[in-house]
Design a binder for this molecule. Structure first.
Ligand SMILES: N[C@H](CCC[C@H](N)C(=O)O)C(=O)O
Length: 318
């Protein structure tokens, strides 16, 4: 078997087509991304190019690719600027397979950290930055040890979920003997959350194969497997552990929007709406999820966690 570069249909090396392109590599609790600054919006990469860059053996490798584009240079960005003129930067998020996702909770923290490290923005600790995304405007606040993001409102994907006790879907997973009831929640991107019975069951899930979700949300879904804390609430704080199979990626070490959706589901199942603060443990670390009412009285979800940049380089034909 000859080992070759991923080639486009025209036969040229995708990395050369995409390059030379400076990038940074970063992660948030092990959910890792290739980040590109594109001030003139010159590198609207194709899905095949994104997949080649995110390829962990023949490219740079990542769960996703994040492109920083001035909002004024993108139609989606201009829409947000119309109501929030301070949202000067837009996060163009792509999954490892090249597909587009509306939002990325770990990614937006690393995105802002990248803007700060590139000196594209000045963001002292305690200050907040408005960011444009395909899931609308997000407000990111710099913390001493990471960032907090106002992820906006959550909603059940199927409106009658609450009436069904918060179980509106069925998920078949390798490693689970029978299909398991679940609930589908939107954080701007779709999630389907399954409760597991034990740490053993959580550990034995085979997430190399894509879970079968019924009904499958119109644009697919990320699937989170949740083990509520024992006890669920201690010292006023809820806790849960989770693993995730991400749409367009596969299993990742962490998922920020997934952690928010998992806390929404766990809180609903336990009728623990009074618990505002949750600690979500993922294979890549620990994320904080907090529920609070935004200005308009709607309940918002706030995600907090670290953001780390680990390398810089240039994408080009070696
Ligand atoms: N890792 C991301 C989620 C990406 C979700 C993406 N896989 C999708 O298709 O929605 C996060 O931290 O929120």
């Amino acid at each position: 078997m000859s080992i070759t570069e991923p080639l486009s249909a025209q036969g040229e090396s995708l990395l050369a087509v995409a390059g030379p392109l400076s990038y940074a590599k970063g992660h948030g609790t092990g959910n890792d991304f290739v980040l590109i600054s594109d001030p003139a919006n010159e590198h609207d990469l194709s899905p095949v190019q994104v997949a080649a860059i995110c390829d962990r053996h023949r490219g740079i490798g990542g769960d996703g690719l994040i492109r920083a584009v001035p909002s004024e240079n993108l139609a989606e960005g201009r829409e947000i600027l119309a109501t929030q003129p301070e949202a000067r930067w837009f996060m163009d998020y792509r999954n490892a397979d090249g597909s587009i996702s509306e939002m990325c909770g770990n990614g937006v923290r690393v995105f802002v950290h990248f803007l700060v490290s590139e000196k594209l923005v000045d963001l002292p600790v305690g200050a907040e930055l408005f960011i444009g995304t395909r899931a609308g405007l997000k407000t990111v606040t710099r913390l001493v040890d990471g960032y907090s993001v106002d992820m906006g409102a959550w909603e059940f994907i199927y409106p009658d979920a609450a009436g069904k006790g918060g179980l509106d879907s069925v998920v078949q997973t390798e490693g689970l003997p029978v299909p398991r009831a679940a609930v589908s929640v939107s954080m701007g991107n779709p999630h389907t959350i399954v409760a597991v019975a034990s740490q053993t069951e959580l550990g034995e899930l085979n997430l190399f194969t894509t879970p079968v979700v019924d009904p499958l949300p119109p644009h697919g879904t990320n699937v989170e497997y949740v083990l509520p804390g024992e006890p669920l609430v201690e010292g006023g704080r809820g806790s849960l552990r989770m693993r995730v199979h991400e749409r367009g990626v596969g299993e990742t070490l962490s998922c920020g929007t997934g952690a928010c959706a998992a806390a929404v589901a766990t809180r609903h199942w336990a009728q623990a709406q009074a618990v505002a603060n949750w600690e979500v443990t993922v294979p890549g670390g620990v994320l904080g999820v907090r529920f609070a009412h935004g200005a308009g009285g709607t309940e918002h979800v706030f995600l907090s966690g670290p953001a780390v940049l680990v390398a810089r380089g240039s994408i080009s034909e070696a």
